[in-house]
Design a protein around this ligand. Sequence first.
Ligand code: ATP
Length: 469
Amino acid sequence: MEDLMEKIVSLAKRRGFVYPGSELYNGLGGTWDYGPLGVEMKNNIKKAWWKAFVQERDDVVGLDSAIVLNSKVWEASGHVSKFADPMVDCKKCKKRYRADHLAQELEKKKLPEKEEDILEEHNLNAHPEVIKDLNERLKGATCPACGGALTEVRQFNLMFKTFVGPVEDSSSVAYLRPETAQGIFINFNNVLDSSRKKIPFGIAQIGKAFRNEVTPGNFLFRSREFEQMEIEFFVKPGTDEKWFEYWRKTCLDWFLEHGIRKEKLRLRDHEKDELSHYAKAATDIEYDYPFGGFGELEGIANRTDFDLIQHSKFSGRDLSYFDEQTKEKFIPYVIEPSLGVDRAMLAFLIDAYQEEQVGENDVRVVLRFHPKVAPIKVAIFPLVKDEKLIKMARDLYRRYQSFWMIAYDEVTSIGRRYRRQDEIGTPYCLTVDFDTLEDNAVTVRDRDSMKQVRVKIEELDSYLMTKIC
Ligand code: ATP
């Protein structure tokens, strides 16, 4: 299984999906750069999400708030005091570990396999008892890398700090946002006043978030700079549980509609002691990753009225909602689906990756992306390098470029060109051959079945549109 991740990471780099960040300078931990295909795929994921959750709904509007916010925002939200992970350092080699992960790993080694799942992740908005417990679990433990002694478990705030303006003092401290959600809460009144939305309604945002993770890893799963797609859905208190159920199902369906296999997804409700300080209930949509099995893909939380109350208190502004019909005034409850773009991309990559035995000693590597997610929708080839075929193929290429990202390739054998497209998940390949000059039709080859059909050029538009859009 680890092997599968190695193959995916290597394909991602070789074909231009994802490169290690700052590689030219030996890298920068927990950062990744998206190459020509990666940026297309990432944009497709964001577009598909925005379409389903903003464009095609009447009750969600969009927002794009700033990344650097007034630091009062993070005091109000609890991030300055509570957004921390427990960590330990090796006194000898200085390697840093997330204390709960290290404890878990060491305990796993001691347990027979079937008991592994009784180990649970702690609520990491760590209470003093959690730190105490972790110190006990790590008593006598040494650094797995060098055997050196470990420090006591300490809290480590995950927010990146910076200074705004020319003076570096406590009054100019600011943080890069660790979640996009707070930008939404602080604009609640602005959106309400300018959009005339009535409760229940939501505000969606896609944007960068930054967390100084103690141990980033597992490729795109945990990085220090990533993107989130979040909705804060504002509802009347008392209807929150119904809406929570609604969003659990709707978010799960979104993955299924975009091609993730059902058996690789599950919903996991948080135990009471696992909930964040602001949440009344939370469910993770989990994906069965090749590393460690099921883990969080998306989080759905009932954040109650916590954030709006906090921002009312800290800003001194009234963030309550007045219901014109019932003449009631209340602070709305909030249901929040929160999904990492990069983590979604990772799940799409893993889920799509397949190696197929073709014939006796040939293996076909194919990414079976849903057409909406695939970076390139159609590849167009002249069968051989003949001027007439090249001209027709190029004309088709220009035509479809205005609809989608299209590839054109005239190098190497047709079989190898198909395989190159399979490996990056292109759903359809069109080949212009000598018959095309006579019958005005092209060969359309399907990535998944590898079946080929002849389609008249005048019917090609509607043929491709129904399959790709
Ligand atoms: P964890 O417990 O794994 O640290 P979390 O519960 O703190 O994660 P949330 O705050 O719920 O994560 O974040 C919402 C979503 O943002 C996650 O479901 C995930 O998709 C994404 N996400 C969070 N942290 C990271 C990260 N470091 N790298 C990539 N994506 C992330």
